[in-house]
Write a new protein. Structure first.
Ligand code: IMP
Ligand code: MG
Length: 334
């Protein structure tokens, strides 16, 4: 069956870390990445750090097969570089019908005033998506440089599911950046909901049994658009909540955890589990803790209160950068 990992706020919730952890401890045979290069996942594992824009975060488990989805958009140079950095050649494949972003798409976006006004990452993703809709975009099979990486991902994944294997699907960005369900026009060029993610890989809703919505212990947003309860960069700095974008290096805007948005994200994504990352940003003594009982009392209360208000079990709690800095309550709660 399929597990979908998706973001519940505006991206940068820590999906990479959660997907990496599940890669190690989830019993998955394969992981498939959706979305495109505007979204970056930072992964820290045993002293190494990767900034991933295409390779699935579960690559850290060498026994997992890796796919890039048919509905995703790749950049050839980024892909080849990441495959080298992650040493995944031989177990990663790219769907032959995934779209390819070229230099010209980046150049087209650079001149676009509308994109400037929403704070785009200017990675060419929207421009390439528009061409795909107009049926002008070149697809992966048209590029010789990646000939040896191509596959038909959907039938391969469906075969694995039919054999009873578990598949991890890594979404990108967050629900409120969704083209349909987000804060339009301050959104990205795709549907970032669990259903949208699923449509990119070529499997049906009945193949999904777990949807894990990831929230950070506070909200961040890069680019323009509404952000309720936004606090000044100075205050964010004082509270230790300053972050920068993985792809663009931009300072992220900061707001407190938003329960109303979280509830909405849980409902629209039909979440079966919730992951909360960066608990240590709110409670310093939570840093690196890997057992529920060792969390400070206030941190436990924060999680219990959230769980009650969200109405879905909080099964994974991140307490530090490393993939393994995680409290895993799946056995107790599912
Ligand atoms: P674009 O999709 O790159 O054009 O960006 C549109 C909006 O989505 C901008 O506000 C970006 O900052 C935001 N955005 C796109 N991808 C990500 C991401 O991975 N994390 C956070 N924000 C993103
Ligand atoms: Mg990110």
């Amino acid at each position: 069956m399929i597990t979908i990992v998706c973001g519940g706020f505006f991206g940068d919730e820590g999906k990479g870390k959660v997907a990496g952890y599940l890669g190690l401890r989830g019993g998955y045979s394969a992981s498939i990445r959706t979305g495109s290069v505007n979204a970056g996942h930072t992964l820290t594992y045993r002293g190494r750090v990767w900034k991933l824009r295409l390779v699935p975060s579960a690559f850290i488990n060498k026994d997992i097969r890796l796919f890039i989805a048919r509905g995703s958009l790749i950049r050839i140079d980024t892909l080849l570089k990441e495959i080298e950095e992650t040493e995944t050649r031989g177990r990663i494949c790219v769907d032959r019908y995934s779209g390819v972003i070229e230099k010209r798409h980046v150049e087209m976006e650079a001149l676009d005033e509308k994109l400037r006004s929403i704070g785009s990452t200017f990675q060419g993703v929207g421009a390439a998506t528009a061409e795909r809709v107009l049926r002008r975009l070149k697809l992966a099979w048209e590029f010789r440089e990646i000939e040896d990486l191509l596959c038909d991902s959907s039938p391969e994944i469906l075969d694995m599911i039919e054999r009873g294997e578990e598949i991890l699907v890594e979404g990108t960005q967050g629900l409120f950046l969704s083209l349909y369900h987000g804060t339009y026009p301050y959104v990205t060029s795709r549907d970032t909901s669990a259903a949208g993610i699923l449509s990119e890989i070529g499997a049906g809703p009945k193949h999904v049994d777990q949807v894990i919505v990831v929230f950070k212990s506070f909200v961040t947003r890069v680019g323009e658009g509404p952000l309720e309860g936004e606090i000044s960069p100075e205050d964010a700095e004082k509270l230790g909540l300053i972050e920068r974008g993985t792809v663009t290096g931009r300072l992220r805007r900061v707001a407190p955890f938003n329960i109303e948005l979280a509830r909405k994200a849980v409902r629209i994504n039909s979440a079966t589990q919730v992951a909360i990352t960066k608990l240590d940003a709110l409670y310093r003594e939570a840093r690196g803790v890997r057992e529920w009982g060792k969390l400070p009392r206030e941190a436990r209360r924060f999680i219990e209160d959230l769980e009650e208000r969200i109405g879905v079990p909080i099964t994974l709690i991140g307490t530090g950068e490393d993939v393994e800095d995680m409290i895993d309550l799946r056995k107790e709660k599912l």
